[in-house]
Design a protein around this ligand. Structure first.
Ligand code: SF4
Ligand code: SF4
Length: 186
């Protein structure tokens, strides 16, 4: 039998829908998003389950989950959703809510990685992988994990040592600034 939504339940759904600009309530649990997600096997909740938990108002469960930090923002789920739900945007909102409400994520390194990624995009207009990894390693103090992959990545030209700036880097910085101003108004 369908679970009855309480006021508390709908409060979470309303907040996520308002901040992401997408209608999570349209989800009919077809699981197309989850079957296309490259990190689903490692997640505690797959994307379709995340949508369901939002509808059921399970805020604490969601903000503490590993899933929101493992999401790689690849947008495969969003592309596959027949209901046009911006699942990637929803994951972003849940991460923001977890930070704002000071919920400790299962692995603090995920948060540092996320910050390093955004810092790199903010300054270069795109990801500069070597710079992003340097920021991440300094912040997380996780100096050795994955370092054995660096020589192979360099030899295959998958890791540039000098940054390439996007032609629209200035515009992207303005977007970050506007987003910060919007956040302050909340
Ligand atoms: S955006 Fe996140 S949830 Fe969606 S498919 Fe990619 S990793 Fe999975
Ligand atoms: S693909 Fe869309 S409708 Fe289907 S379960 Fe995922 S979010 Fe819901």
């Amino acid at each position: 039998m369908e679970e009855t939504l309480t006021c508390k339940n709908t409060k979470l759904l309303s907040e996520v829908e308002r901040r992401s600009g997408t209608k999570v309530s349209r989800c009919f649990q077809c699981h197309k998003c989850s079957t296309g997600c490259p990190v689903a096997p490692d997640m505690d909740y797959m994307s379709s389950q995340v949508m369901r938990l939002i509808i059921l108002g399970q805020e604490e469960e969601l903000l503490k989950s590993k899933a929101i930090w493992l999401c790689a923002s690849c947008e495969a789920c969003t592309t596959r959703c027949p209901m046009d739900i911006d699942i990637t945007g929803v994951m972003d909102v849940l991460r923001m809510m977890a930070i704002e409400r000071k919920v400790a994520e299962p692995d603090a390194r995920s948060k540092e990685f996320n910050k390093a990624f955004l810092t790199s995009v903010r300054w270069h207009g795109r990801v500069f992988e070597a710079g992003m990894m340097a920021i991440y390693k300094l912040r997380s103090k996780d100096f050795f994990t994955d370092m054995d992959k660096v020589p192979k990545m360099l030899s295959k030209r998958k890791l540039a040592l000098w940054p390439h700036f996007s032609r629209v880097a200035g515009e992207i910085r303005k977007v970050f600034k506007r987003a910060e101003e919007e956040e302050k108004k909340r």
